[in-house]
Write a new protein. Sequence first.
Length: 366
Amino acid sequence: MVHVRQRLVAAMVNPSRLSLSFSRYALVGMWRMSSWLLGRLPEGPLDIVGDIHGEIGALAQLLTHLGYGPEGTARTDRRLVFVGDLVDRGPDSPGVVRLVRRLIEADKAVAVLGNHELNLLLNRRREGNEWFFGERSRAQGSPPAVGADPATQRECYHFFANLPLCLERNDLRVVHASWQDKAVATLGGATSAISLFEDFRQRIETQIHDRRKNREQDPPQEAVLCHQNLNPVKVLLSGPEERSVQPYWAGGRFRHLRRSAWWETYQGPLCVFGHYWRLGTPGKMSHIEESRLFENFAVHQGYARTFCVDYSVGARWRERLLGPNEPFVTRLGAIRWPESQLAFDNGEIMQLEFLSNPVGTALTAG
């Protein structure tokens, strides 16, 4: 299996060659036999909760509307599934982590890793995760958040390090950002998300270094794009990207890449994911750059056999700055399956609708 992985990574300089390597070797069934990073979804009815981003109040409201009670323990006939990004930006990330961990330990929930949890595992400081490092938020106007003492840091790290990257059963798949068969296929045999991430990061870096040593010229941002699209952990947790025509400001920095609408070519059972920032009321808070990827979708619409359940509750702190009496545009949502319903933290419920034609290609996201 090590030899197979070496052949996979040998073509990393050329993404098309890498694709051929993946399709020839990595989709072999043995690669998906034993890794805990690809977990099994519980059977029976599920409620799949979108990105929470430390908004403990919104989570308690949503769980109450779903019949679980604010602590999530009142139901025995259904299970909860969390799509990752439990933390950052909101007022109480440690509180969200502890609640979700208790539900998982009580066998009432499962969860996958998000890119915000991955940043903490990698000890990477980003706008919104200052709470973990004992710092004040760098975002202008951001209110104080519950911080993490050393014991809380250890608790979070251990919890995140033991979350799978994907979950599936015959009729359903869950991942934080994008389901790519070629990326999922690399999970077999990996001992952890961090070891897999670092393995590919180092190999990609070596290939980039060899190209530069041979004086091969790559377009600007090519190295960043290679790390994004050729590292399976990044593909699953933050999605494939492409070059943006214009740089734009998002997440505290200028970006030169934009996200790709991978769902337009997805094949498989229903895949529920988060990450991509859509709004419960289209047209409101249009300054949230990330939301534009779904600006042509109605609130209750997905594409083909995919559905994004991230309704931008991670930006709720910005709404609080606009006035305490304004109704929230950002929401915390959940997919009720197999009922095919969308439920929100304000109690609203909608029937899902799936589009059959593309509604737009890659649009700017943060």
